[in-house]
Design a protein around this ligand. Sequence first.
Ligand SMILES: Nc1ncnc2c1ncn2[C@@H]1O[C@H](COP(=O)(O)OP(=O)(O)OP(=O)(O)O)[C@@H](O)[C@H]1O
Ligand SMILES: [Mg+2]
Length: 387
Amino acid sequence: MQKHQQLKILLVEDDQDSMNFFMSCFQEEYNILCASSGEEALEYFEQEDDIAMVLSDQAMPGMTGVELLTHIYQQNESVIRIIITGFLNTADIIAAINKGHIYQFIVKPWELVQMRMVLSQARGTWQLRRENDELQKEILTQNYLLTRANKHLHASKETLRNLSISLFTAREEEQRRIAMELHDELGQSLAALKMQTRIMENDFLTAEKKQQEKIKNWSTVLRTNISQIIEDVRLLSKNLSPVIIEDLGLDAALQQLINNFTEAQGISCSFQPAPLQDITSTDGKRIVYRLVQESLNNICNHAKATHIDFSIKVDQEQIFLSLVDNGKGFHVQEILARPQSRRGIGLTAMSERVKMLGGTFDIQSIINQGTTVSFTIPFDFNREEKK
Ligand SMILES: Nc1ncnc2c1ncn2[C@@H]1O[C@H](COP(=O)(O)OP(=O)(O)OP(=O)(O)O)[C@@H](O)[C@H]1O
Ligand SMILES: [Mg+2]
């Protein structure tokens, strides 16, 4: 018969004959340790960590079987506990069930067939419990790994967000530098050119009458062109870096953006401003400005709208911005499903910018009715600068 080496049984029996009989029946199949008292059994239990089953006689000098199995249950719940007894009173049975959580009662004198069956069933139960324990350990390990992966993911998201903010800040700084260069260098040079043209104009007044007229006309065209270039450079510089935010604050900058937009595009706009002085972070102000600017650009480039409702609301925790146009609308899902290479970057940039501030971005559009772009931005994004 195959010996179940892994299955170690601790037999606790004070009667030598009963012990010998058990050994002679099962020592071929199981790895059996024998103890003649509850105390000795506990010593074995401390030394051997892989005991699968404890079969104990109930009536022994010193510790009873039920008391022993109660101790064992407290030390290791998954060990199978069996009581072998000639007689059990009701109190012992209740204690055996409630405290010792025993697996089986076997009544003395036991029959070989019955004992073999009980041991075999107990072995199955023990194996199931062991597999269950291992599965639970595995679940714990997986849970631990999952929690760790989640933490990493969270940290990566945070890093990505910080990186986006740094990129945004770097880009804004670079644009600001270019804007200054355009203004200071190119703008000034063109202004000088304009002045020189006027000098040239005056000089040529002394030339011959016929040539004078021709040159004067050319000169006027030249001056008009240069004026246009100066205006373009100024506009470009202003768009690159909305210096006005730093000078006058976000409220004024938005108001001016709307004024310029309605004037240039001939689109009416109802604007309900809200005090935005709580936005203290420079990046926050710039991002809000850029969101409105890009929304207006889209209305101007695509919507064919005649009116815009622009509103800003502020509560304790967040800012709500919404721009509603009455233009031609578009299929939002269809546009967003296009690969990035086949669409503009405006909506993506808006969504990324709002994410940087930990907010939400929503766009709803109905064909021939118009488009609503809305942003919710928590004031939380000021936190770095509030510390
Ligand atoms: N208010 C709007 N009304 C109608 N269509 C719009 C509106 N806003 C966006 N769209 C549509 O969504 C598309 C994507 O907008 P998005 O801002 O991402 O790119 P774009 O404006 O085409 O290019 P970019 O912003 O890079 O200059 C637009 O091409 C347009 O078809
Ligand atoms: Mg756009």
